[in-house]
Design a protein around this ligand. Structure first.
Ligand code: ADP
Ligand code: MG
Length: 392
């Protein structure tokens, strides 16, 4: 089922304190059968968005469509959704079987015992807990409980599956395992799924498409790898990736990018938008009575964009050691080992407060180990205006 969100806004008002715009004019389309990761820092409006799609929150403005049907005012129980929360919310005194079939009790016409048992077995098979049907929740691990919650959400064969931080209460190992499991279940069932998380790595690994949010506003939508490679702004660049992208001060002078007085990449910095075209209105023709006549004429003038400060971003894995004539001079504070790679922690030489983390293959260790300063080039870098807009 395709899910379409149109100009969705949610404002929370309370007696004390100002109005909070939790979701601000959001629009996006989730194609049928896709798993979308809704990603952003805590408080950015992910849950609010999900609950509006579920029907638990009424939008202040905007519309929600499931396929061709507008569901904005349809109550949650008639939307055909399955909802899974962070805290599994299972009934403790029910068995797994009873928890899974509980939502079927309000299905009309009523299902008989055998029909319910068949569904319980099938859902348990999908989430791989068939052997646990007679247990009570407290006899299960967190990961198993979350699978029961997913089975319960699937039992009414929802058209849309909504998951709000479903892995947050699991320990690291179970989190990875259950994540793979959710991916597998989604592939198997082909249910359009919205997966909310604040964990960028989780979103990147599980999603077909990610929607990055900040302050109730969509920052970027796309395939995870594409969003990582082509962030549209500084926020997205910094939010994706671990270790995070390195950001430091740069300067554009006559269209050339400098970091600490050195041109960063002489080969293609000129592709920066250092000139723009300005449309200048020409004086109009005047007749003998002093009245302006004829069409307004313009002249297109190429203007050099003024020299300014910018932010330069280089991902930790994008540095290339070039001791002889690298353009980026790095002060090394210390070196760490991460698996087969080594990580150099330091800063841009001369840029006191800059912090840089560089990841290079361990073969290069002998070349950097006794150095206090190393020169690098960037295989890839980004340039942002100080307001965060990406310009390269
Ligand atoms: N029921 C509510 N009443 C008032 N403010 C709310 C309510 N729910 C959420 N908010 C506010 O809306 C914003 C977005 O919250 P939420 O959607 O829960 O964010 P997220 O899920 O991304 O952490 C936050 O500022 C939060 O405090
Ligand atoms: Mg939330």
């Amino acid at each position: 089922m395709e899910v379409r969100i149109k100009n969705l806004t949610k404002a929370f008002t309370s007696q004390k304190g100002p109005e909070v715009i939790a979701v601000n004019n959001m629009s996006f389309i989730i194609p049928d059968g896709v798993l979308v990761g809704l990603l952003g820092p805590s408080g950015c409006g992910k849950s609010t968005t999900l609950y509006m799609i579920a029907g638990l929150h009424k939008p202040t403005e905007g519309q929600i469509f499931f396929g061709d049907e507008e569901v904005t005012n349809v109550p949650p129980e008639h939307r055909g959704i399955g909802l899974v929360f962070q805290n599994y919310a299972l009934y403790p005194h029910f068995t797994v079987r009873q928890n899974i079939t509980f939502p079927l009790d309000n299905v009309r016409p009523k299902l008989d015992r055998q029909e319910k048992e068949a569904i319980a077995r099938e859902m348990a098979r999908i989430v791989d807990i068939e052997h646990l049907l007679d247990r009570k929740p407290k006899e299960l691990s967190g990961g198993q409980q979350q699978r029961v919650a997913i089975a319960r959400a699937l039992s009414k064969r929802p058209k849309v599956l909504l998951l709000d931080e479903p892995l947050s209460n699991l320990d690291a190992r179970l989190r990875l395992q259950t994540r793979e499991e959710i991916k597998r279940i989604q592939r198997e069932t082909q249910i359009t799924t919205i997966f909310v998380t604040h964990d960028q790595e989780e979103a990147m690994s599980i999603s077909d498409i990610i929607v990055v949010m900040k302050d109730g506003v969509i920052q970027q939508i796309g395939e995870p790898q594409h969003v990582y490679d082509e962030p549209e702004n500084l926020f997205v660049a910094q939010f994706l990736g671990s270790p995070a992208i390195n950001i430091f001060d740069g300067e554009i002078k006559k269209g050339v990018l400098y970091v600490e007085g050195k041109p960063v990449d002489t080969s293609d910095v000129y592709k920066l938008p250092h000139v723009y075209e300005e449309k200048i209105e020409l004086p109009r023709v005047v007749d003998e009575k002093g009245k302006e006549v004829g069409e307004v004429q313009y002249e297109i003038k190429k203007v050099s964009k003024k020299d300014r400060h910018v932010k330069v971003g280089i991902r930790p894995e994008s540095f290339r050691l070039n001791q002889k004539d690298g353009h980026i001079v790095i002060r090394i504070d210390y070196i760490e080992h991460i698996g087969r790679d080594i990580s150099i922690v330091g800063g841009i030489d001369q840029q006191e407060d800059s912090r840089v983390k560089i990841i290079i293959p361990s073969e290069l260790r002998p070349k950097v180990i006794d150095q206090t300063i190393c020169r690098f080039d960037a295989a890839r870098y980004y340039v942002f205006e100080t307001d965060g807009t990406r310009i390269k």
